[in-house]
Design a protein around this ligand. Structure first.
Ligand code: PGA
Length: 245
């Protein structure tokens, strides 16, 4: 696991965008795994800027998002499909038909999980997965206790995750109680993983990842067994860790 320490959110976002844009430019065809939330927003802003300034093209790029709320249609303001369209896809030249986000508003949600996992396999898997981390160590929506061999599945969101995400909704009650998430095994199959961590509220989770044991109690700890992980973390996120670079 390679650790890159940066000053703050801006630098983390710029470094991550440079990394992603470079991979996109040098590849004939690439499948990216993407994430939502506050962490990657700055990265996406930088990618849009780079697309405008340097004409980086996404016509050969396919994307798979990590997760989606159960019960929200793609045009719902709080759905992750909507987030991705507004924060990235609408502003670059990617073909929308090459962007995949699990569908949270379907009758058979279990079937959707199976279909999403199959779709990923049919596309040859993910080349580079962008990840954030929850303050409880979750990756995607894989909460503590999720088996490491899990594939795309329906998850029950923990109270702490619903509370953390309530800032995007008008009230806590509006936050869905379930989500579809790529499983831990699904995430681990990515050829390469780029984990972004910013802010003091993530410092304990990051210290647990860097210094703690590998355990299903801490989903992110599984990243230690992946052969190609880069972590870009800012000073605040590293404030509880002894490991520094
Ligand atoms: P955040 O969420 O980027 O909004 O902090 C990250 C996560 O929960 O995985």
């Amino acid at each position: 696991m390679k650790l890159i320490e940066v000053k703050g959110y801006q630098e983390m976002s710029a470094r991550a965008a440079d990394y992603l844009a470079h991979k996109v430019r040098i590849s004939k065809k690439i499948t990216l795994g993407l994430a939502t939330g506050g962490t990657p927003e700055g990265t996406y802003r930088n990618l849009i800027e780079d697309h405008r300034q340097n004409y980086t093209s996404y016509r050969h790029v396919t994307t798979f998002n990590l997760d989606e709320y159960v019960g929200l249609a793609g045009d719902h303001l709080n759905s992750y499909r909507y987030f991705m369209n507004k924060k990235l896809f609408d502003h670059i030249d990617i073909q929308k038909s090459n962007t995949y986000v699990p569908r949270g508003h379907v009758l058979d949600i279990e079937q959707e999980c199976l279909d999403y996992e199959k779709l990923l396999i049919d596309h040859g898997g993910i080349d580079l997965q962008l990840l954030g981390i929850g303050s409880n160590g979750h990756i995607g929506f894989n909460e503590p206790g999720t088996p490491f061999d899990s594939k795309t599945h329906v998850v029950e969101l923990t109270p702490s995750t619903r509370k953390a995400n309530a800032r995007y909704f008008s009230s806590l009650e509006q936050v869905p109680t379930k989500a579809i998430s790529m499983g831990i095994a699904t995430i681990l199959k990515a050829k390469e993983i780029l984990l972004l961590v910013s802010g003091e509220n993530k410092s304990e989770a990051l210290a647990q990842l860097l210094e703690g044991e590998i355990t299903e109690k801490n989903p992110a700890s599984v990243l230690k067994i992946h052969p190609f992980v880069t972590v870009i973390a800012d000073h605040a996120a590293l404030s509880a860790s002894k490991v520094r670079c």
